[in-house]
Write a protein that binds this ligand. Structure first.
Ligand SMILES: C[S@@+](CC[C@H](N)C(=O)[O-])C[C@H]1O[C@@H](n2cnc3c(N)ncnc32)[C@H](O)[C@@H]1O
Length: 225
């Protein structure tokens, strides 16, 4: 069982979330995968929506986000948003075709409860992502959690085992239909490298020798019922 985070993460995003929208650069390949995974779902909820990254503009979207600081960064004209937490979604059972929740389970106080809520409100599919336990992210996660425990202003997060997330989906009546891993080397390394062609070349090489499958992170998982 995971230990709960010591304090609620929406509070943390009210402290550290300023300027988030400017730093979060959506990756077109991930956007394409999410679009594909949404299939012909028309009504979607985006949980822990933040400033709205990866929200499709061509469908009905309901955004749910606990932090007022993050809500304030949603661009004009973006989907209507409700202030709320993933652990207790203010949405009816099977009220959307698909639920997406990106970079949220890693921060939520109770990720299993959040996943159960995503599964409850979706009629068909749920799409989540998380940093893999078997990845370089585990080192960064340990460092950040130690820094947070010492009172440093940081964004602590947990790493998660693919098997645990699969089991949680199964417990809620869903089966996993797609799993993709993004990078072998830490995202921080690629940010320092600051060259998309070099990142692609290096990561393609690492994938070719099987390291992406073993150590890739973050993991994007699609499940359906
Ligand atoms: C790294 S940001 C990701 C935002 C957005 N999903 C994206 O992909 O850009 C994490 C978000 O999760 C939200 N969050 C943290 N705990 C949450 C919870 N229990 N329920 C819903 N959202 C939560 C934070 O407020 C923050 O907006």
């Amino acid at each position: 069982m995971d230990e709960a985070f010591p304090r609620s993460h929406p509070d943390i995003y009210d402290q550290i979330g300023r300027g988030y929208a400017g730093n979060r650069v959506p990756d077109p390949r991930i956007a394409a995968r999410i679009w594909q995974a949404l299939g012909d779902a028309r009504r979607i909820c985006n949980i822990g929506a933040g400033a709205g990254s990866y929200e499709p503009a061509d469908r009905e979207v309901i955004a749910v986000e606990p932090s007022a600081v993050m809500l304030a960064q949603r661009p004009q004209g973006s989907a209507s948003a409700i202030q709320g937490a993933a652990e207790a979604l203010p949405l009816a059972d099977r009220s959307v075709d698909a639920a997406i929740s990106l970079r949220v389970l890693m921060h939520a106080t109770d990720w299993r409860r959040c996943l159960a809520e995503l599964c409850r409100v979706a009629r068909w599919r749920v799409i989540v992502d998380f940093p893999a336990r078997a990845s370089f992210a585990a080192l960064e996660s340990g460092g950040r959690r130690a820094a947070a425990a010492l009172g440093r202003r940081t964004e602590p997060y947990r790493v998660m085992a693919e098997a645990d997330v699969r089991a949680a989906f199964a417990a809620n009546g869903y089966r996993v239909v797609d799993v993709r891993r993004q990078f072998v080397l830490p995202i921080a390394f690629h940010k320092i490298l600051s060259s998309a062609p070099a990142t692609s070349r290096i990561e393609r090489g690492l994938a070719a020798i099987g390291l992406l499958r073993l150590l890739g992170s973050p993991v994007t998982m699609v499940a359906e019922r």
